[in-house]
Unconditional design. Structure first.
Length: 238
């Protein structure tokens, strides 16, 4: 975030699997991974997504809206609402431009330099795009993404030279790797990820089969479903 001195992070809370408040019983429950607050009261939420479920835009706005509105207790004025920033770290391409770090605000359509308000700020950090660029070790975000990417030792050492906190984070990761409870949690999460990938792949295959039965060509099926032509051949063989 590279925050200014008068707006530094005051608190960071791990709230993974902690549900956001629901206004009504029928409301959809929200879950975020990390919540930070700055000295000025700005909320910064971080969510990590490894699988593209094709709903990240709406999901992000839903979580942002819940966190933003939950600040306001009964009888308090709207002016008490503080800026809320959402950071999405994705392991897949989602935003339709080449930049691996994109930031969104509320701009006026015809006057792109006019911002309605700064209370909304949404970041997308796409690791899949970052892997394709030459990292700049002078940029804090690049150094930390190299850490998140589990880069080779020599690359990580270069990042640590510029950012000593990465070495501390690396030691925490090593410690967690010896904690049996954390290892079990990691294994359960890995299983959930594999199950979700299997479900999505199965859905794609079912769509591909139906399209194939209607005489649609393989190139079109591949474009619509995201399946490769090699996978299409396997589907046809089976």
């Amino acid at each position: 975030m590279e925050l200014s001195d008068d707006n530094l992070l005051e608190d960071i809370e791990i709230i993974e699997n902690t549900k956001l408040e629901k206004d009504r019983m029928e409301d959809k429950q929200g879950i975020v991974d990390v919540l930070g607050r700055t000295v000025a009261g700005v909320q910064i939420t971080i969510e990590v997504q490894l699988i593209n479920q094709y709903n990240m835009d709406k999901r992000t706005l839903f979580y942002w809206a819940k966190l933003f509105s939950d600040q306001l207790g009964e009888g308090r004025p709207f002016n008490d609402l503080k800026k809320t920033i959402t950071i999405n770290i994705l392991d897949f391409d989602y935003v339709g431009i080449i930049d691996y770090h994109t930031v969104f605000h509320l701009w006026e359509d015809s006057n792109k330099d006019y911002k309605l308000t700064d209370v909304l700020e949404i970041h997308f950090v796409e690791l899949s795009k970052f892997k394709k660029v030459q990292p700049d070790f002078k940029k804090p975000i690049d150094r930390w993404l190299l850490f998140l990417e589990d880069s080779p030792k020599e690359v990580l050492e270069m990042a640590i030279k510029e950012e000593s906190a990465i070495e501390k984070a690396e030691k925490v990761i090593e410690y967690l790797g010896t904690n049996e409870e954390m290892v079990r949690y990691y294994e359960l999460r890995e299983k959930q990820i594999h199950d979700e990938i299997t479900r999505i792949t199965g859905t794609k295959l079912e769509i591909a089969r139906k399209m194939k039965s209607k005489g649609i060509d393989d190139n079109t099926i591949s474009e619509v479903t995201g399946l490769t032509l090699a996978e299409m051949k396997d589907l046809q063989a089976n």
